[in-house]
Design a protein around this ligand. Structure first.
Ligand code: FPP
Length: 239
């Protein structure tokens, strides 16, 4: 029985995914790494649609990290091309798909064309069923440093005092301001690391690590991750 048909299996409000394993998927098939990312982008489309069907409100995906610039120029250009193509399509089909977008990360390093697509997608993002947060040129530590700088600027400008700072206030300076923390973070591909993903927001998240490579990740894998999430007893440090 598909998860969507089961009772008492309400999905988490917010699911985050580290889309890992594209390179290994391609290598296994003797294909270039960019072919793995193209298959990963298809997987993302499928899973974003499925999240909407399930009633997930927020889906956050790690699409490009601050460290990913170290990859070959060809690979970086391939990922950027996929993102551009996806956003162009998404902007066209936004009303039909009822998906809206936010971007977490320092977008200033992206091409002006991609930055404009991100701005346009974000501007059009109101009243949709599911919100996709793309982490682009994103690092969890970088996000916290960026938030600290913004707060320091407000202090220097006399808008805030150092003693005003609380966890709740710091959260408002993060890229994820106004987005609830993810209840579930999924990392496919067999790696068991957080890799600088949502460091602040993951304080109480359940992590589910899975052996499937991201391009092979399908609806039943998301069902399995959500079932695992439901099996765990979430106590938030209480008894
Ligand atoms: C990690 O796998 C994946 C990335 C660094 C890129 C993820 C990007 C996409 C899935 C495409 C983006 C576009 C859209 C539309 C979502 P890896 O390459 O590190 O895999 P490996 O560990 O097997 O080498």
């Amino acid at each position: 029985m598909a998860l969507s048909e089961k009772e008492n299996m309400a999905p988490p409000r917010h699911i985050a995914i580290i889309m890992d394993g594209n390179g290994r998927w391609a290598k296994k098939r003797g294909l270039p790494r960019t072919a793995g990312h193209a298959a990963g982008a298809e997987s993302f489309r499928r899973i974003a649609n499925y999240c909407r069907t399930l009633g997930v409100e927020y889906l956050t995906v790690y699409a490009f990290s601050t460290e990913n610039w170290k990859r070959s120029q060809e690979e970086v250009a391939g990922i950027m091309r996929l993102l551009r193509r996806y956003l162009e399509e998404a902007l066209r089909d936004m009303d039909k798909n009822r998906v809206c977008f936010r971007f977490f990360g320092d977008l200033t390093r992206l091409s002006p064309e991609l930055q404009k697509l991100c701005r346009d997608a974000q501007m059009r993002s109101e009243e949709y069923d599911v919100q996709v947060n793309f982490c682009l040129n994103y690092g969890g530590r970088d996000e916290i440093v960026h938030a600290a700088k913004l707060f320091a600027q407000d202090v220097a400008a006399g808008k805030r005092k150092p003693e005003d700072l609380t966890e709740a206030l710091l959260s408002t300076y993060l890229y994820s301001a106004d987005v609830p923390d993810p209840e579930l973070i999924i990392r496919p591909s067999g790696e068991q690391r957080t890799s600088n993903f949502l460091l602040w927001q993951s304080a109480y998240s359940e992590y589910v690590f899975m052996d499937v490579l991201w391009p092979d990740f399908c609806e039943k894998d998301l069902d399995a991750a959500i079932e695992e999430y439901h099996r765990r007893n979430r106590r938030f440090g209480g008894t």
